[in-house]
Design a protein around this ligand. Sequence first.
Ligand SMILES: Cc1ncc(COP(=O)(O)O)c(C=O)c1O
Length: 404
Amino acid sequence: MLNVSEIRKDFPILNRKVNGKPLIYFDNAATSQTPQQVIDVIVDYYSNYNANIHRGVHSLSQEATDAYEQARLKIQKHFNAKHPYEVIFTSGTTHGINLVANGFSSLLKKGDEIIVSALEHHSNIVPWQMLCERTGASLKVIPMNESGELILSKYDTLLNENTKLVFVNHISNALGTINPIETIIEKAHKVGAAILVDGAQSCPHIKPDVQKLDVDFYVCSAHKLCGPTGVGMLYGKEDWLKKLPPYQGGGEMIAEVTFEKTTYADLPHKFEAGTPNISGGIAFGAAIDYMNSIGFDNIAAYEHELLDYATQQLQQIEGLKIYGTAKEKTSVISFNVGTIHPYDVGTILDKMGIAVRTGHHCAQPIMDFYKIPGTIRASFMFYNTKEEIDTFVAALKKAIMMLS
Ligand SMILES: Cc1ncc(COP(=O)(O)O)c(C=O)c1O
């Protein structure tokens, strides 16, 4: 059981008012809020040991390096990677996906096939399209059904000996569907394809075990799990990371440089060119500590309660349609009300202090599937409450009245 009123004290932003009303923050799938414990770590870094890492013999540099590498170990442990050097710090999920897509440029050829799913965020579509343009490989799509679930029987028909890569998210940001990634991974491996799982939306709700999943690549962003923006991680199996060429050239990723030839550093540095987001990496570790102190089982159980409660309340509103009714779902509700434009609802809710996301959620193919321009999306985290949902539902009813 979570003590939500105690947890809420960790998040200073939850005390603020927006447009004169107490903030109700239901845009967690876009970015989560940051607890004081994580903010303190960032302030401590800049107040006490701000220095570049891996390069200086002086004390500050060593302290910063130690803290940064400690964070890598925390991330390794959290995701259960076999080795710390299988954890590459990135600027976020998008960076991690592009790093892998770029790496496969020299490994794919015309006739090869890549599979994505109909439920992807643009950042797990566009880099693969660009990869196809560079290599002549072709892109296939696992379709979805009306409930927002992937049709796995169709996935079977797409897989063959030409399939080299499969990319799928663990949880859809637009609909909240939890995809059966265990099965998807197993099937990809049966035809010898590598698989990348986009964990941007799952990392705040589920603690994945990358070894047990036997996934080849797993990517996520710290800001989705109570960490700062501008930092994330790519997990890759050692063999794959050794096979892929570096993504960016620069300082830190080299072993030796002459004008004739450069040799590259070992993992993980081969993929970490330039000065990284040092405070961000350290704070990412602190965010993982924070989430684990609450416990992922507790988080999932409570958020499910919020999802069920909000779904019941919203279903009672006449003309309201929820998009994404998968059996396995996380705490995201995407909906529209009649022909009212989502943007108008979002604007009125903001006037009442309520933050929701409106639009296509960087998932235009999903909106095209439902033949809608966008949705209103409310997404909940463990620091939200049923009382907030009540206020949100009442405000929504008012907005509907104003717009009808
Ligand atoms: C499923 C999914 N993939 C990728 C991303 C991109 O994450 P970032 O912008 O942190 O790189 C997001 C962000 O919302 C997402 O929800």
